[in-house]
Structures are given as C-alpha cells and as structure tokens.
Design a protein around this ligand. Structure first.
Ligand SMILES: Nc1ncnc2c1ncn2[C@@H]1O[C@H](COP(=O)(O)OP(=O)(O)O)[C@@H](O)[C@H]1O
Ligand SMILES: [Mg+2]
Length: 436
C-alpha cells in the first residue's frame, strides 16, 4: 500500500485548522496502512515530530484568533470540512463520532445553542446519542464547569416525582425523614437533562412548566419558593407532537421545551458510517480491555454492516465490546448474541474458529463438495475484500494488480454483494485528543 504519497509538511502558513488537517492526514495514513516497514515508521515519526513542533509554536491566542478569522471566509461543504471547522472553533465533541450530514447539522445547532440558556429538546430513537448530545451542549456552554444532572423521567415512580425533581421538607410525607434537595436545586447554575420527557405524567408537566416560567421551585411541603438558575435539556424517543394531539403531553410545555429542537437520525439511516464506527469502537474496546483491536471474519463484518441495529449506536457499541471480549484475535458470527446470530455457520468461519471438521456437517454443508464450495466462496470473498481494502476501493486498480479482466472482477463483486465504494478511503474524522 502506498501510504507516503502525500507530503504532510506541505503548506507554509501556520494555522490551527491547517495543523489539525495535517494531523488528520497522518492519522488516516496510519489507520489505513496494512503494514509498515521500519523506514516508513521513521518517516511518519519525523512528520509527527514536525507537527508537534509546529503546534508548540502556536500560542493560545493565535489558535483562537486564526480559527475565528477563518470563519468569515468559510464555505463549509464536505462533512470532513464541517467537522474540522467545528474542531477549529474548539468545539467539544465529548466523544461524538461520525460525519453524517444530519449528525453534523445537529452538532452545529448544538454549537449555537450551547452558549445560550435556551431550552433544547433532543429527539431520536433509543441509542442514537441523545444523552451524549445533551453533554455536548453542556460542555460547550458557559455552564461547563457547573453541575450536569441527568434525570430519567420514565424511571421515577409518579408519587416520588415531585420530591425527586424539587426536593422536600422533613415530614412532608411518610419517609421524608430529612430535608432533601431535588435535582433542579442540585443543577443550580448548571444543566439538568430530563430524559424520556414524554413519560412525565401530566401533573409533573404542570410543575415543570411553572419552573420554566418562573425559574423558581418549591420543595414538597414547603411554602417558600427557591429561585433556580438551571438550563433545561430534554430528550424523547417518542413523537411529542403526536402526544400533544392525543392529549398526553401539554402543548404549552412542548413549545417551551423545544425552543431549540435537535433530531438525531437512526443508525440505519447513516449506514455509511458503520465501518468507521467499527474502527472507532474496536479501538476504544481494545483500550478498555487492554488488548489488540479485534479483527472480524468477512462473514461477521458483512453481517454487522447489514444489520439494522434497532438499538442504534448503543447496540453497535455493545456488540463490538462483546466480540472484542469473546473473539480473541479474530471474531466470527459465533461470537454474536444468540438472538441475532445468523443461522448457518460458514465453512471458513468454522475453520477459522478452529472448530473440528465434524462441525462442518452441522454448518449446513451437506457433503464434502458443498463444504469445499462454501470454503472456496468464502476465500474468494475474503480475497476481494482484502484487495479492495488495499487499493482503497478502486476496482480498476485491483483488476490491474490481480491481472484480471475488469468486467469479470465486477461480476465477482456483484456475486458477493460487495460494493467497492465501501472500501474507499474515507477521511477519518478527527476525534478528541485521547484518540490521537
Ligand atoms: N455519534 C456517536 N459517536 C460515538 N458514540 C456515540 C454516538 N452516539 C451515541 N454514542 C454512544 O452510544 C451509546 C448510547 O448513546 P446515548 O446518548 O445514551 O443514546 P440515547 O440517549 O439516545 O439512548 C453511548 O455509549 C454513547 O456514548
Ligand atoms: Mg438515553
């Protein structure tokens, strides 16, 4: 693989955004390199050192002046550029990963909303990153060093809700043995995240509306009001508009809460990001489990790329942690949870997992010749996928390297349902420092 074809030192102007870009080029070279020889490692190290020296030359002031001055002329186009622009403006991602335009839309709205005290409503299916987005909003605002308090409105029994949110006075009800602060008071000067707001009973909605209007709370059993300065971010996986029509959610509260409205797309609508999320979570899991990033058999990868992820990013992340833990060096479909595992195990997976030949019979291969055909198919698929990965998804180049007719190669790709564009060298989106 040709990894050193671009000069990372290129460009004379020293700018924060420019440097970030260079670092990203270096990172993506490392990520996509299949193997590195010593001279190449030396060269990359030299480039990394040069970058570090350039970063050291930038003062704190220069970073921000230059990032801000770039803003006026910015014509934000590609997702990579949009993400870099956010980074250059010192946006805190809190680990939010991905370059999907709809995710970037949400991040850009969050960036604008963060410094204000306006309420934000985040909607999206479970596991799409609503809570993460609430943290992003908190982290990018002036309240970042103040408390962030998360409350799951769906998990609090109705009779305890008021006391949980607003606190109580000693003796207010049986069991109230002491005065107690509620979540709103705990989040004073900070942010309160009201998760699953659609589950809030109507009585609680009235009380919440009052807080939004008066910025005051009353502990259960107390006469006096206490003023609170708490920024509200709410989230729901339900359709609140519909709930308003049905009468289970107050319309006035809905409008109050959704001054800023952020929607997060489900993972199945941003499938293009799945391979990058694999790389991200495989690295993360490897770090957490203190082992090398797990490799996947082609069959497992194929399954995971096409799986619909009803639990969205949470489910994907959990699956990657699971296969990283159970899979040893290479994980196969047998490491998936039973309820989603595909029925038949392929011949090569069985072999790769070191299973005894007897299990081939149970793999769906009725005879030796069937087993041979299955293994040959898997080998063909693995060969094509590895080849495409090495040439960054360019079919013509792969055909040239394998000395194969291009249309024959196209036919083989079609046979296996392989899409060359899935192997194009995506830019690896910048992440927080801990991942650099
Ligand atoms: N864009 C993303 N990049 C990285 N991790 C994400 C992203 N979105 C969600 N996650 C992770 O997925 C899991 C579920 O996210 P969460 O914010 O709890 O979802 P929700 O509140 O919508 O159910 C968390 O571990 C979170 O860190
Ligand atoms: Mg949640």
């Amino acid at each position: 693989m040709k990894i050193l074809d671009q000069d990372v030192q290129g460009g004379s102007a020293l700018s924060y955004a420019g440097l970030l870009e260079k670092i990203e080029i270096l990172r993506s070279r490392l990520r996509w390199a299949s193997r590195l020889e010593r001279p190449e490692i030396e060269k990359l190290l030299r480039q990394a050192n040069a970058l570090r020296d350039e970063v050291m030359q930038l003062s704190h002031k220069e970073r921000f002046v230059q990032a801000a001055s770039g803003e006026g002329v910015r014509v934000v186009q590609s997702p990579g550029e949009r993400r870099r622009a956010l980074l250059a403006r010192s946006f805190v991602f809190e680990g939010t990963f991905g370059d999907n335009p709809r995710l970037l839309d949400a991040l850009e709205v969050a960036e604008k909303a963060a410094p204000t005290d306006l309420p934000v409503l985040i909607d999206g299916e479970s596991g799409t990153g609503k809570e993460l987005m609430a943290k992003v909003i908190h982290a990018n605002g002036s309240r970042a060093d103040k408390p962030y308090i998360s409350v799951n409105c769906g998990a609090i029994p109705e009779n305890l809700l008021e006391s949980e949110l607003f606190g109580h006075r000693k003796g207010a009800f049986t069991g109230a043995v002491n005065d107690r602060k509620g979540k709103f008071e705990s989040a004073h000067r900070g942010t309160i995240f009201l998760d699953e707001i659609g589950e809030l009973p109507l009585a609680g909605q009235v009380k919440l509306l009052r807080v939004l209007q008066s910025h005051e709370i009353q502990r259960v059993g107390a006469d006096e009001a206490i003023s609170v300065d708490t920024r509200i971010v709410a989230a729901t996986n339900r359709n609140l508009r519909k709930q308003c029509e049905e009468g289970s959610f107050r319309e006035d509260l809905f409008y109050r809460l959704s001054v800023i409205h952020v929607s997060l797309p489900p993972l199945r609508e941003r499938k293009d990001e799945i391979p990058l999320l694999f790389a991200y979570f495989c690295d993360e899991a490897a770090e957490a489990l203190k082992r090398r990033p797990v490799k996947m058999t082609p069959r497992l990868r194929d399954f995971l790329v096409n799986y619909p992820y009803p639990g969205n990013i949470r489910e994907l992340r959990n699956l990657i942690y699971r296969i990283s833990c159970l899979g040893g060096d290479t994980a196969g479909v047998e490491h998936l949870p039973v309820d989603i595992r595909p029925q038949q195990q392929s011949a090569t997976d069985a072999l790769a997992a070191g299973t005894a030949a007897s299990s081939l019979a149970g793999s769906g291969a009725a005879s030796l010749s069937d087993a041979k055909r299955a293994a040959s198919d898997e080998a063909e698929r693995a060969f094509l996928e590895r080849g495409l990965r090495e040439v960054g998804g360019t079919v013509t180049e792969l055909a040239r390297r394998c000395d194969m007719n291009r249309s024959h190669l196209q036919m083989l790709l079609k046979k296996h349902g392989i899409h060359s564009k899935d192997f194009r060298h995506h830019e690896v989106p910048p992440q927080e420092e801990k991942r650099v």
